[in-house]
Ligand binder design. Structure first.
Ligand code: FAD
Length: 417
C-alpha cells in the first residue's frame, strides 16, 4: 500500500469498528460505513462474554456422541429448519466432517491464538474509549445438573487444561458461595476464570466507534448497496441514493450480511446462520448475579447486563431473515426460571445471526482475484471477543507486515477460489 491510500471499512459491528481503529492506528486514512449506528446488530445482542473457553467450536469431536440427539431437533442447544439444512447440505457436511480430531485441533489452536491476541487489545481499547467500567474480570461459570453431565464434559475440560485455560471445579456449596442466588440444582460447576464480560456490548462498540471518530476517523451512516472495482482499480461503494464513495482498499466486515455485497462480485463465502435470541428480565427482588452462567443442559447463557438479566439462547440453524420462532427462547426461559429467580420480562425479544463457516474459523485476509478487497467475516460465536485480534491480523496483511499469530488458518483461500 502507498501511504496516501484510503481504506473503506463496511460494517460497524465489533469486527468492523476494531478494523477501522487498528488501520487508523497504523497511519491509514479510514472511512467506516454502516447503515445503522455502530454496534446495533449482532454485536449488540450477544451474551457479552470474552472467553478463552470459546476455542471449542460446536463441531468438536464430542459432536459425534450428541449428534443423534441434536438431529431429533428438540434440543435447546440446537434447533434447525430441515429445509434450510437441505439447502445447506454442503455446509452441513463440511461442518460435521470437521469434528474429527485433527481438524478440531487445528481450529482450536487457531481460535485460541485469535482470542489471546484480542484480550489485551480489548483492555487497552476499553481504557482509551472510557468504558473500562463495563468490564467484569470474574470469569463465567458452566453449570451441570448431574454428576453424569459433569463427567461428560471431560473432553472440554481436557482441552482447557491442554491450552492452559484457568478453571476451577466447584461443588454445589462452592458454587453457591460465588453465586448465592442460583437455585441448588447444580451439583457440579466449572468456573472458567480466563474470561471477562461486559454489561452492554453494544455500548462498548459504540464507544470504540466514538474513539475512532475522536482520532479523526470518518464514520458515515449509509447503506452500501453495491461494490464495484473501476478501470483504475479503485473500489466504488454505491449507496441507495446513487451516492458513490471511492477507496483504494475496502474491508467487508458485514457479519451475517457479508454475502449481500460479495455474491455479486462472485465471492460467495459459505456462511450458515446460527441464529440466537435474547430476552431481558428484571432480577427478582434483592437478587444478583455476579457473572454470566452457562446452563449446559439447557443451552442458555444468563448474563448480568446494565439493562437487566440477559437470557440468550443456543443455536437455531435457519435462514437469516426467517420469521422469529420463540420456541427456543421459551424453553430457555423455563429452564432459567428453575435455576434462578427471574423477575418479569423486560423489553422485546431480540434475534440475531451468528455467521459461521464450515470450519468455524473466520475469514481474514484479501479475497483471491480481487486486489484491494479484504474480508473480516464469519466470526460465529466469538466475534465480540475476537474483533481486535482480527483487526491486527488484517492490518498486518494489508501492510505487508509480519502477523503476531499465524494468519494461515484464517486465509480466505480456504473457501474462496
Ligand atoms: C445470541 C448470541 C450470543 C452471542 N454471544 C457472544 C459472546 O458472548 N461473545 C462473543 O464473542 N460473541 C458472541 N456472539 C457472536 C458475536 O455477537 C458475533 O460474532 C459478532 O457480533 C459479529 O460481529 P460483526 O461485526 O462481524 O457483525 P455485526 O455486529 O452484525 O456487524 C455487521 C454490521 O454491518 C452492518 N450492515 C449490514 N449490511 C450493511 C450494508 N449493506 N451497508 C452498510 N452496513 C451494513 C450492520 O448494520 C451491522 O452493524 C453471540 C451471537 C449471538 C447471536
Amino acid at each position: 500500500m502507498q501511504p496516501d491510500e484510503t481504506v473503506a471499512v463496511i460494517g460497524a459491528g465489533m469486527v468492523g469498528v476494531c478494523c477501522a481503529l487498528e488501520l487508523q492506528r497504523r497511519g491509514l486514512k479510514v472511512q467506516l460505513f454502516d447503515r445503522k449506528a455502530p454496534g446495533q446488530e449482532t454485536s449488540y445482542g450477544n451474551a457479552g462474554v470474552f472467553a478463552r473457553s470459546s476455542l471449542i467450536p460446536l463441531n468438536n469431536p464430542g459432536l459425534w456422541a450428541t449428534l443423534p440427539r441434536l438431529l431429533g431437533n428438540r434440543s435447546p442447544q440446537l434447533r434447525y429448519n430441515p429445509l434450510y439444512m437441505l439447502r445447506q447440505t454442503m455446509w452441513g457436511i463440511g461442518f460435521v466432517s470437521r469434528a474429527r480430531p485433527s481438524a478440531f485441533n487445528e481450529t482450536a489452536t487457531a481460535l485460541d491464538s485469535l482470542i489471546r491476541l484480542s484480550m489485551p487489545a480489548h483492555r487497552r481499547l476499553m481504557q482509551e474509549a472510557g468504558v473500562a467500567h463495563r468490564l467484569r474480570d470474574n470469569g463465567w461459570i458452566f453449570l451441570y445438573r448431574s454428576a453424569e453431565a459433569f463427567a461428560n464434559s471431560r473432553f472440554a475440560r481436557d482441552v482447557y487444561d491442554r491450552f492452559e485455560i484457568a478453571t476451577q471445579e466447584l461443588n454445589q456449596s462452592a458454587l453457591l458461595d460465588l453465586e448465592p442466588h442460583l437455585q441448588p440444582i447444580f451439583p457440579h460447576a466449572l468456573w472458567i476464570k480466563d474470561t471477562c464480560s461486559v454489561d452492554d456490548p453494544g455500548r462498548v462498540v459504540a464507544a470504540y466507534a466514538a474513539l475512532f471518530q475522536t482520532r479523526g476517523g470518518a464514520l458515515i451512516q449509509r447503506e452500501i448497496t453495491a461494490l464495484e472495482r473501476d478501470a483504475q482499480g479503485l473500489w466504488q461503494l454505491r449507496g441507495p441514493d446513487g451516492h458513490t464513495t471511492t477507496a483504494h482498499q475496502v474491508v467487508v466486515a458485514l457479519g451475517p450480511w457479508a454475502n449481500d455485497l460479495l455474491k455479486p462480485l462472485g465471492v460467495a463465502a459459505p456462511l450458515a446462520f446460527e441464529r440466537g435470541y435474547h430476552q431481558h428480565f428484571a432480577p427478582g427482588s434483592g437478587v444478583t448475579l455476579g457473572r454470566p452462567v452457562y446452563d449446559t443442559a439447557a443451552g442458555y447463557v444468563l448474563a448480568p447486563m446494565e439493562a437487566g438479566l440477559r437470557l440468550s439462547t443456543g443455536v437455531e440453524l435457519t435462514e437469516r431473515d426467517a420469521p422469529a420462532n420463540r420456541a427456543q427462547l421459551e424453553m430457555a426461559e423455563a429452564a432459567a426460571r428453575q435455576a434462578f429467580p427471574l423477575g418479569a420480562r423486560s423489553g422485546l425479544e431480540w434475534l440475531g445471526a451468528r455467521p459461521t463457516l464450515p470450519d468455524c474459523r473466520p475469514l481474514i485476509g484479501q479475497s483471491p482475484r480481487h486486489p484491494g478487497l479484504w474480508l473480516a467475516i464469519g466470526h460465529q460465536h466469538i466475534g465480540l471477543s475476537t474483533g481486535p485480534g482480527t483487526a491486527q491480523v488484517l492490518a498486518s496483511l494489508m501492510l505487508g507486515e509480519n502477523c503476531s499469530i499465524d494468519p494461515g488458518p484464517f486465509r480466505p483461500e480456504r473457501f474462496i477460489a
